[in-house]
Design a protein around this ligand. Structure first.
Ligand SMILES: [Zn+2]
Length: 141
């Protein structure tokens, strides 16, 4: 009777996505560590009351924009001490689906490779800050 050949799996491969996610979450810190604490929740609630509709590129031009649930940082920030963290001109209301799409594209979710690069000739990392390749986001160095 034929038997299935034994499989030898690399534990790093079989742990795959879950381990990668854990490492990613560990590296970026908790939501509170990243500045999304009670003060942010109060602010974002007030922001969303003033901007109830998604302001993503698709919804902005749509006759049926989605209701916003998140306050997005247009230019990615590096924690609450980043000067752009609290700057209202760097905020936009976004629907959960649109925010997830942006996160997937820019942060490499859903199996996409991260597209974020460093805004520095020669591709060197600038003090740990990554800047999106989107032309609208290349305003800082
Ligand atoms: Zn949207």
């Amino acid at each position: 009777m034929p038997m299935k050949a034994p499989t030898h799996r690399d534990p790093n491969v079989t742990r795959g996505l879950a381990a990668t996610r854990r490492a990613h979450d560990h590296a970026r810190g908790t939501a509170a560590q990243r500045g999304y604490d009670g003060k942010w929740r109060v602010y974002s609630k007030s922001f969303l009351q003033r901007h109830p509709w998604c302001q993503c590129d698709r919804c902005k031009v749509s006759s049926t924009p989605l209701p916003a649930q998140h306050v997005d940082h247009i230019i990615a920030v590096n924690g609450p001490r980043d000067p752009l963290f609290w700057r209202e001109s760097n905020h936009r209301a976004m629907a959960h689906a649109c925010h997830s799409r942006k996160t997937a594209i820019h942060d490499g979710g859903f199996g996409n490779a991260p597209r974020a690069i460093v805004a520095q000739p020669g591709g060197k990392q600038v003090s740990g800050r990554y800047v999106s390749v989107h032309p609208n986001y290349l305003t800082r160095g």
